[in-house]
Design a protein around this ligand. Structure first.
Ligand code: NAP
Length: 585
């Protein structure tokens, strides 16, 4: 198997093997959280460095360069609010920004604020160990260099630990194997040699039909000789209804940015996309249908804001799901393919992250695109020449039932390129893949074995001065990530500044507060349909061997912001703060 991944746009670190840099704070990761954390902590006088494994700033928007990658939060919302000048001078061109545009934006912010000189690229943090005697973190990397710092900020992302499927023979594939989260470097288009080599005129297979795949599939179909999609669970895919942004829309936003940003922080989802406060239950069937039709026309994630009870009332949810199923039947010409694309009845709409794409279902009307339903013909193994499926045995011994189920013999799907759109060890993967060791030798991996434990998602007991950015037990993945990132960066900056001004040395979550927050996060989820529909990365269900625990906070940005601000206002209630460690002679 080969991978065309040879990306290195940023400078590799100087040869500093063996050097140790002593700092006030180390920030791991140069995505939206890390870049702002650097700026903000530097602003209070800290000596800070960002350590980033990629070749540039950008985080998720650096790594996920697959064709079609774009954000499903509107661009005018999905951007920093902290610098008035930047939000006035930057002009978004599309309703939903593409990956290259978002990456250009983060690069611009880094340049504009002169942040790059504090960023070490191509360096992966492999370990972080709390040293009780010095009251500092020792941070090890794969580049030989190390750091010590009083504060450690893990801005490593919740959807960044890419996950390849455990399919027998994967390593024997002799074509090009690529994961959506590690696409060949450069722009994802025909002008980029590695990308062109992988896709154009090739027999391409895609495993997965989540958000990444559903964005990628229509564009790959246009360039490949033929495309085979291997689908295990059909998801609900909304039309994005993306379009260029008119000048008047941009001007109106720029004129009202302060109010828009304030609204976002008071909202449930951290942005300005409209939610219907009415409950579906209280409407007539015709009214509900009209609302669903309007949400489908608006596009993107608007569907999940159609009714206040869409994620709590099974009847309302099922009706919305049926509405989308009917759309699928109407779009897809071949009835059998359409039937295969229908999400299963036990999947409440929205309980697997809703997908948003352009021409997704329409793509299956092409003669050169084939859908393989893995529920009927599962993958047996991967071979040098492609993916071999086998007959599932559905209805075996009962020919009529087999025919009804469309039982197929399986076989080899010959491929030149295999795209793994198989997602991430979500929410916790990027944290526990680092060997983080806190007080008394406690490792984060061990502590979170049965699920993450944090207070307010920002700190975990036993790990002093370690801050988690936009991670588990926060609203992050149910909200505008940039809003969440800003809330965390500003809170952490305040916490460190207040600690220093009080002459204190450490801050740490208390066990009682942490227990209460974990219970609260769980209790909130139990009141929703997420509790009954658990086959998603929200529950860790996509990662073999992982504890099945609901990890995001469903309570929304406004409530979360109030909770974390109140904790700080009340002298860091739920956190223990201690004197600095005496300097050792
Ligand atoms: P994902 O949603 O986890 O989807 C992974 C896909 O791979 C699923 O269809 C899964 O099937 C399939 N899969 C995994 N292992 C498999 C196996 N062994 N055999 C067959 N199929 C397998 O991952 P993703 O699409 O990368 O998206 C992850 C998240 O990133 C999204 O939910 C979203 O939050 C974020 N994201 C956002 C955007 C955006 O802003 N537009 C774009 C991309 C990603 P099952 O469902 O059966 O497990």
């Amino acid at each position: 198997m080969t991978s065309p991944s040879a990306h290195a746009p940023g400078p590799a670190p100087d040869d500093e093997d063996g050097t140790t840099t002593d700092l006030d704070a180390v920030v791991v990761g140069a995505g939206f959280s890390g870049v702002y954390a650097l700026h903000s902590l530097r602003g209070i006088g800290l000596d800070v460095r960002v350590v980033e494994s990629g070749g540039d700033v950008g985080g998720t928007w650096y790594h996920n360069r697959y064709p079609g990658a774009r954000c499903d939060i509107e661009s005018l919302d999905y951007s920093y609010s902290f610098d008035h000048d930047i939000q006035q001078e930057w002009t978004w061109t599309e309703r939903y920004a593409s990956q290259p545009e978002i990456l250009a934006y983060i690069r611009h912010v880094a340049d504009r604020l002169d942040l790059r000189r504090h960023v070490d690229l191509h360096v992966r943090v492999t370990s972080a160990t709390w040293d009780e005697a010095s009251g500092r973190w020792s941070v090890g990397t794969d580049a030989g260099r190390s750091y010590t710092a009083q504060h450690l900020v893990l801005a490593t992302g919740v959807l960044s630990a890419a996950q390849s499927p455990q399919i027998p023979g994967l390593e024997s594939f002799e074509g090009t194997l690529v994961h959506t989260a590690d696409w060949p470097d450069g722009t994802p288009d025909a002008a980029n040699a590695a990308d062109r080599e992988a896709i154009n005129g090739k027999r391409v297979g895609v495993i997965g039909t989540g958000s990444s795949a559903t964005q990628l599939i229509p564009l790959v179909a246009e360039r490949a000789a033929r495309l085979t999609v291997f689908q295990r669970t059909p998801n609900f895919v909304m039309p994005a209804q993306n379009h260029p942004l008119g000048e008047s829309v941009v001007d109106e936003w720029k004129a009202h940015y302060p109010e828009r940003r304030a609204f976002a922080r008071r909202s449930r989802n951290g942005h300005n996309q409209a939610s219907n406060p009415l409950r579906g239950r209280d409407l007539t069937t015709a009214e509900r249908h009209a609302e669903l039709e309007s949400r489908w026309s608006s596009g993107g994630l608007y569907m999940m804001r159609a009714f206040a009870d869409i994620l709590t009332d099974p009847y309302v949810n099922a009706e919305a799901a049926d509405f989308v199923r009917e759309k699928i039947r109407n779009i897809v010409d071949d009835p059998r393919t359409a039937a295969d694309l229908l999400p299963p009845r036990d999947l409440a709409i929205g309980t697997k992250r809703l997908c948003s794409g352009t021409n997704y279902y329409e793509t299956y009307n092409r003669d050169d695109v084939r859908l393989v339903n893995l529920r009927r013909t599962p993958i047996d193994r991967i071979e040098a020449g492609g993916v071999r499926t086998r007959r599932s045995g559905v209805g075996e011994g009962a020919p009529a039932a087999q025919a009804a189920a469309g039982d197929e013999p399986g076989g080899l799907h010959e491929l030149d390129t295999l795209v793994l759109a198989t997602g991430f060890d979500a929410m916790t993967g990027s944290y526990v893949r680092i060997d983080v060791t806190g007080r008394d030798g406690l490792t984060l991996r061990e502590k979170w074995r049965d699920g993450p434990r944090t207070h307010l998602g920002v700190m975990s007991a036993g790990f002093p001065n370690l801050f988690l950015m936009a991670g588990p037990q926060t609203p992050s993945v149910f909200s505008n990530m940039v809003t969440q990132a800003e809330i965390h960066v500003e809170w952490v900056t305040r916490a460190i500044r207040d600690l220093r001004e009080a002459g204190l040395g450490t801050i740490e979550a208390s066990v009682d507060a942490e227990d209460a927050w974990v219970d609260h996060v769980t209790a909130e989820a139990e009141q929703t349909l997420y509790a009954t529909s658990r086959n998603s990365w929200f529950w860790g269900a996509n990662t073999p061997g992982k504890a099945q625990v609901f990890t995001p906070y469903i309570g929304g940005i406004a409530r979360y912001l109030e909770a974390i601000t109140t904790a700080a206002d009340q002298d860091y209630a739920g956190f223990a703060r201690t004197q600095p460690t005496p300097t050792l002679a």
